[in-house]
Ligand binder design. Structure first.
Ligand code: TYM
Length: 339
């Protein structure tokens, strides 16, 4: 059993706008877990620099950092209860990441599927930052000795790497249990929300088609249009779990409904059994508009006062630094760095 007190850390990249996958896969769970343990929520602006849409676009990085902060708060992350900050203001993340670069092995990073998916055949053109990205993520988590990490399914492999780094560090420096083995918290009906245009592809910020995703800032009409245009198949909705086999679009839309309504998926299936997609989509539009438009409205309100957002981030960064500093000091001592 780990002796580490329960502590949550998670983060999102400020690149483009957040979408329904970010919300259902992660943010919604962040809000809930605030009632169970102390939480740190980070806007990972240094990770964003690994993306073409952010690197070389300073205004967009700053704007998106504020937008993502506003999205956290508008979704229910409470900055008076949770520590909310941007990664680059807490220098211990980058320092620990360097040390972890010396712990992690090339073979481990070579196995990262997200890197392979993002670079395709052009690995040699990718930045070194994109390659070592999961090492910085491990530092984000372990610099606080966080024990729980609420994320979507796509982050599972990165968290396994975090655990490998933690374990190797503890072994190499003969410091059993110095770092915890953080647990992924991957829960809910929508741990992997799929594209509205193709039920076999993940909903993503970088998909060319805006119709593939619902953005948190979309208005009611846009949400309705995207859901009505979402790809389906010609059959009516199934009357049981088995009927979903080979129907990824139906499965995805039912998962989204269940997650938004916070109802078990089998109850949603039972409710719409045998109905046409158009009947189901009308209900899904109403539900999505009801749940998402208040978030967009609150984001707009918060973004009208960027100085207040910056103050929240600064306060959070100061609190986070206080937690990270003693851990980094102990790390340095363990590995023989003077000072
Ligand atoms: P990012 O910014 O790609 O995504 C943020 C969160 O949203 C989840 N997510 C999804 N969940 C369900 N369905 C989807 N289609 C979907 N798309 C995204 C992600 O799983 C994630 O939880 N590496 C991380 C950021 C990060 C981090 C950390 C996370 C950096 N340091 C430390 C946790 C702890 C990332 O790129 O997430």
């Amino acid at each position: 059993m780990s002796s580490h007190p329960h502590l949550v850390l998670s983060g999102m990249q400020p690149t483009n706008t957040l979408h329904l996958g970010n919300y259902l896969g992660a943010l919604k769970n962040w809000v809930k877990i605030q009632d169970e343990m102390p939480c740190l929520y980070c806007v990972v602006d240094m990770h964003a620099l690994t993306q073409d849409s952010a690197y070389g676009h300073p205004k967009e990085v700053a704007q998106s950092t504020r937008e993502v902060t506003a999205a956290y708060i508008a979704s229910g992350v409470d900055p008076t209860r949770s520590t909310l900050f941007n990664q680059s203001q807490v220098h211990q993340h980058a320092e620990l990441a360097w040390i972890f670069n010396c712990v992690a092995r090339l073979g481990w990073l070579d196995r990262m599927t997200q890197f392979k998916e993002k670079t395709g055949k052009h690995k040699e053109r990718a930045s070194v930052g994109l390659y070592t990205y999961p090492v910085l993520m491990a530092a984000d988590i372990l610099v606080y000795r966080a024990t729980h990490v609420p994320v979507g399914e796509d982050q599972r492999q990165h968290l396994e790497l975090t655990r490998d780094i933690s374990q190797k560090f503890n072994n190499d420096f003969d410091a059993p249990d110095f770092f915890p083995l953080p647990e992924p918290v991957i829960t809910g009906h929508a741990t992997r929300v799929m594209s509205l245009r193709d039920g076999t592809k993940k909903m993503s910020k970088t998909d060319e088609s805006d119709y593939s995703r619902i953005n948190l800032v979309d208005d009611a009409d846009t949400i309705a249009q995207k859901i009505r245009k979402a790809k389906t198949d010609p059959n009516p909705l199934p009357d049981g779990e088995k009927g979903l086999e080979g129907r990824p679009e139906a499965e995805n839309l039912l998962n989204i409904f269940a997650a938004l309504a916070e109802t078990p998926r089998d109850a949603v299936i039972a409710r719409f059994a045998g109905q046409t997609f158009s009947v189901f989509k009308n209900e899904l539009v109403d539900l999505a508009v009801e749940k998402l438009t208040p978030i967009a409205a609150e984001m707009t309100r918060l973004l009208a006062d960027p100085a207040e957002i910056d103050r929240i981030l600064k306060r959070g960064a100061e609190a986070a630094s206080e937690l990270a500093a003693p851990v980094l000091k102990d790390v340095k001592q363990l590995i023989g760095l003077i000072g």
